[in-house]
Design a protein around this ligand. Structure first.
Ligand SMILES: NC(=O)C1=CN([C@@H]2O[C@H](COP(=O)(O)OP(=O)(O)OC[C@H]3O[C@@H](n4cnc5c(N)ncnc54)[C@H](O)[C@@H]3O)[C@@H](O)[C@H]2O)C=CC1
Ligand SMILES: O=C(O)[C@@H]1CCC=N1
Length: 266
């Protein structure tokens, strides 16, 4: 059977992508081959999704039509050396934070290369991915990459220079939003709610607010104004957020993650 989708690094993001692609019928399990040094990950992925697994990255790189790199940026150099004499011309898609197209193309000189940044909501088909094309990428490669990322959510094409900023915002963003939801729940508990109810309220409030903004096209400032009654509860809460530097903390978080993404690639 032809290996249509090869994954190097079967961790959180490798699994997120392959699980959706298989569940949507874009690939069959038998058309996917994953390499990972951890035997426990290999047997888990093989059992759960029916994919082929191996401890040999070279086996995946040689066989796959699309080679999906989902290892940590810190191990990219050693994997690149390991694969340096593999002769293939597959489309390489890297989701490694920070690692620039120049380094990817040096490691895979014969291959069309796409650098991408998805995020963890890809696991449930609600991901946000941005992609940038390397020099050898043809329209059909770009379409193929878009199809892959559309299977896990929304996709935008950006110039590569924007990808570190994308990483700081949507790549890392689920971590910030998770903390917001946890903090809202804690606030509810502090105000006297049982934990389970506080969590349900926090989760649905964040989800519903995002859905309202998305479906209505309303500006966030507009929505804030609509919630804020004169002399009411919301403005009392907002005053505390502003005092604690909430906006500035989020802006600085995105900037710090952006800088870290640049560092990881250098
Ligand atoms: N977790 C996230 O939210 C996002 C992560 N990314 C990027 O995705 C990549 C993977 O991240 P995660 O899936 O979170 O990490 P992870 O740690 O869950 O997965 C990495 C996998 O690579 C395997 N691995 C380690 N050394 C290897 C080697 N030499 N050859 C093959 N496999 C090897 C590990 O055993 C592990 O299963 C990173 O480069 C990260 O920057 C991108 C977008 C979002
Ligand atoms: O924290 C990280 O480095 C990865 C990249 C984006 C989200 N997680």
């Amino acid at each position: 059977m032809t290996i249509k989708f090869g994954v190097i690094g079967g961790g959180v993001m490798g699994e997120a992508l392959l699980s959706r692609l298989i569940n949507l019928g874009i690939y069959q399990g038998s058309q996917v081959l994953v390499s990972d040094p951890l035997p426990s990950r290999r047997s888990f992925l093989a059992e759960k999704y029916g994919v082929g697994v191996t401890g040999e990255n070279r086996e995946v790189a040689t066989a796959a039509e699309v080679l999906f790199l989902a290892i940590k940026p810190q191990v990219f150099a050693e994997v690149a050396i390991e694969l340096s004499d593999v002769s293939a011309s597959s489309l390489v898609i890297s989701i490694l934070a920070g690692v620039p197209l120049s380094k990817l193309e040096k490691a895979f000189p014969q291959h069309p290369v796409i650098r991408a940044m998805p995020n963890t909501p890809a696991t449930v088909g609600a991901g946000m991915s941005a992609i940038a094309s390397g020099k050898l990428v043809k329209p059909e490669h770009l379409e193929q990459a878009k199809r892959i990322f559309q299977a896990v959510g929304e996709v935008v094409e950006v110039p590569e220079t924007m990808l570190d900023a994308v990483t700081g915002l949507s790549g890392s963003g689920p971590g910030y939003v998770a903390i917001l939801i946890e903090a809202l729940s804690d606030g509810g508990v502090a105000a006297g709610l049982p934990r389970a109810i506080a969590f349900q309220l926090a989760l649905q409030t964040v989800f519903g607010t995002a859905q309202l903004l998305k479906e209505s096209g309303m500006h966030p400032a507009d929505l804030k104004d609509r919630v804020t009654s004169p002399g009411g509860t919301t403005i009392a809460g907002i005053a505390e957020l502003e005092k604690a530097g909430f906006r500035s903390a989020i802006i600085e978080a995105v900037k710090a993650a952006y800088r870290r993404s640049k560092e990881l690639g250098s």
